[in-house]
Structures are given as structure tokens and as C-alpha cells.
Design a protein around this ligand. Structure first.
Ligand SMILES: C[C@@](CO)(OP(=O)(O)O)[C@H](O)COP(=O)(O)OP(=O)(O)OC[C@H]1O[C@@H](n2ccc(N)nc2=O)[C@H](O)[C@@H]1O
Ligand SMILES: Nc1ncnc2c1ncn2[C@@H]1O[C@H](COP(=O)(O)OP(=O)(O)O)[C@@H](O)[C@H]1O
Length: 282
């Protein structure tokens, strides 16, 4: 592989808890959430072009080329850095879309970090995270690459060190729109702010869960099934459900028991994203 090409992972995240404190005037919600990464995700390949063209070669069903967060991230970085170079991008997409495991945001962050490296921009993490926030509320945590307690709309990050168990993640075959859940009148928006750090045990609920369960029977079913083996929770606004296990074998065992009716995967929780572990070794 030459200096102008890079292959990088684009990991998933989980929201280990998610509390909604209120709604701002612009419609966005004030949150408190704990992000952790999974050692599981997409694989992205980048190759520099001299002609300034930005081209994503992999087609996404239902997402036009220029609407893809990968392309949006590349174009914004190119414009703001006045870089004359372009990029060819390919992706092996593994992460479900609209699953609450942050695939789109992660792809955008991997793109920003890859291009910063290949185009030799030398932007610092703060600047990349600020650009990332203009693409989506979850992009900054993927840019920074460390598990974090997030506040505001998700952009005020404090590094965190939750336990790193193995997770079984169930993927109900529905895509949940984040905007739809946040605009539901039945969503509770009155959780009291947690002021103690680290977040005390017993605060692991996800305030979106009741509304998502009501709207999506597939999600309710997955929560009930996994809940027979371990505490089962929704990540983000869903649709994915996860539960923690002490080791990989125990998580695999339950996955096999459930695969007749559901799809899912097993992955290790990680406080340093696999993207950053790879970047450190370049
Ligand atoms: C709530 C989380 C938790 O991780 O859900 P998931 O998307 O991962 O499920 C995220 O912060 C989502 O982040 P992201 O998916 O990047 O959201 P954005 O594109 O910025 O926003 C999508 C829409 O959700 C609503 N939204 C999003 C974030 C927020 N704090 N308050 C909101 O009300 C807004 O209506 C916005 O138009
Ligand atoms: N590179 C991308 N990967 C996934 N989804 C993308 C991407 N670019 C744009 N999108 C759009 O963003 C939506 C949310 O995607 P995603 O980030 O995977 O979900 P979530 O925020 O629920 O984890 C998708 O349904 C899709 O329309």
C-alpha cells in the first residue's frame, strides 16, 4: 500500500444510557448519554486523486451520492482547508443504517481523519470535531475516539472509562428515523441532570425506549427476547438492542439461540476506538 492510500475501520457505537433533559428552542434535545465503541464496523478505503474530484464508488441503497455523509464530510473538509486534492472512496458496509449504532456518523469521522492524514492538512482534533458537529451530533465522539459522557446535544464530551464487556447486538429489520422519535409528543423530556461523575450505576435507562417500542413491534420483540438472558437495552433511537456478557462465548451462545428469528452480532466494547488504535500505528 503506498502513501496515497489508506484502509481504515469505521466502528459502531453504543449509547450505554441516554437521558433526555429538555428541548431547546431550535427543536434539538438536551441529552446526557454515555458513548462506548464496538470493535465492529465498516471498512473504508481511500485513495488520493490529483484532480480535486471527490468520488464515493460504493452505492448505498436509498442514499444519493451527494447526500452521503462520507461525501459531505470530504467536501466540507476540502472547502474549508482549500485543498486542491481529491479522493476515491470505497466502503465495505457492515453496519445497519438507522440502527442507532452511528454508522453514518462514524463513516463521516473516519473520512475526516483519513483525509486529514492523506491530504497532510495537520488539523487538530478540536477543529475536526467542530467540523464534524456540523454533519451530525454524533460525529465528534467518533473523531475523538474515546468513550465519553456526552451532554448538550451530544457535543460536550467528557472522556469516560466504562467496563468493556462483550455485547450481543440484535438488529431488528427496521430503520428508525432519529428525527421521528425526537418529534414524538409522547417522548419524556424531563430527566433530571446527573451531576456526579462517573455516572452512578442504576442510571442506565434510555428515555427513547418507550416511544420506539410503541412504534416498532420488531424492536419490542427483540427487547423481550434478549431480556430473557440479560438486561436488554436500546441504543440511541434504535433500532438495535444490546446486552452485556462477561465473555464472547456466553454472548455467542445466546446469539445462536436467537438467530432463528433475529439477526445480530457479537462484539467487544472498547473505550479507545479501533479507528484510533489503527491511526496510532500508521
Ligand atoms: C440521539 C442519538 C444518540 O446517539 O441517536 P442515534 O441517531 O445514534 O440513534 C444521536 O445523538 C443523534 O445524532 P445524529 O443521528 O447525528 O442526529 P442529527 O443528524 O444531528 O439529528 C437528526 C434529528 O434528530 C433530532 N435530534 C437529534 C439530536 C438531538 N440531541 N436532539 C434532536 O432533537 C433533530 O430533529 C435532528 O434533525
Ligand atoms: N455513510 C452513511 N452510512 C449510513 N447512513 C448514512 C450514510 N450517509 C447518509 N446516511 C443516512 O443517515 C441515516 C442514519 O444512518 P445511521 O448513522 O446509520 O443511523 P443511526 O444514526 O441511527 O445510527 C441513514 O438512514 C441514511 O439515510
Amino acid at each position: 500500500m503506498n502513501r496515497n492510500t489508506l484502509v481504515l475501520p469505521s466502528p459502531a457505537k453504543l449509547n450505554l444510557m441516554l437521558h433526555i433533559l429538555g428541548r431547546r428552542e431550535d427543536g434539538y434535545h438536551e441529552l446526557q448519554t454515555l458513548f462506548q465503541f464496538l470493535d465492529y464496523g465498516d471498512e473504508m478505503t481511500f485513495a488520493v486523486r490529483d484532480d480535486g474530484v471527490i468520488c464515493l464508488h460504493t452505492e448505498f441503497p436509498g442514499v444519493a451520492h451527494d447526500d452521503n455523509l462520507i461525501v459531505k464530510a470530504a467536501k466540507k473538509l476540502q472547502a474549508q482547508s482549500a485543498c486542491p486534492l481529491g479522493i476515491d472512496i470505497w466502503i465495505k458496509k457492515v453496519l445497519p443504517m438507522g440502527g442507532g449504532i452511528g454508522g453514518g456518523s462514524s463513516n463521516a469521522a473516519t473520512t475526516l481523519l483519513a483525509l486529514n492524514h492523506l491530504w497532510q492538512l495537520a488539523w487538530d482534533e478540536d477543529r475536526l470535531a467542530a467540523l464534524g458537529l456540523t454533519l451530525g451530533a454524533d460525529v465528534p465522539v467518533f473523531v475523538r475516539g474515546h468513550a465519553a459522557f456526552a451532554e448538550g446535544v451530544g457535543e460536550i464530551l467528557t472522556p469516560a472509562e466504562p467496563e468493556e464487556p462483550w455485547y450481543l447486538v440484535l438488529v431488528p429489520q427496521v430503520s428508525v428515523s432519529t428525527a421521528e422519535i425526537f418529534s414524538d409528543p409522547l417522548l419524556t423530556r424531563d430527566s433530571l441532570p446527573i451531576k456526579v461523575r462517573p455516572v452512578p450505576k442504576g442510571n442506565s435507562r434510555n428515555d427513547c425506549e418507550a416511544v420506539v417500542k410503541e412504534r416498532y413491534p420488531e424492536v419490542r420483540n427483540a427487547l423481550n427476547l434478549l431480556g430473557k438472558y440479560t438486561e436488554a437495552k436500546l441504543t440511541g433511537t434504535g433500532s438495535c438492542i444490546f446486552g452485556a456478557f462477561p465473555n464472547e462465548a456466553d454472548a455467542d451462545k445466546v446469539l445462536h439461540l436467537l438467530t432463528e428469528t433475529l439477526t445480530g452480532f457479537v462484539a467487544k466494547g472498547s473505550n479507545v476506538s479501533m479507528l484510533h488504535r489503527k491511526l496510532q500505528n500508521l
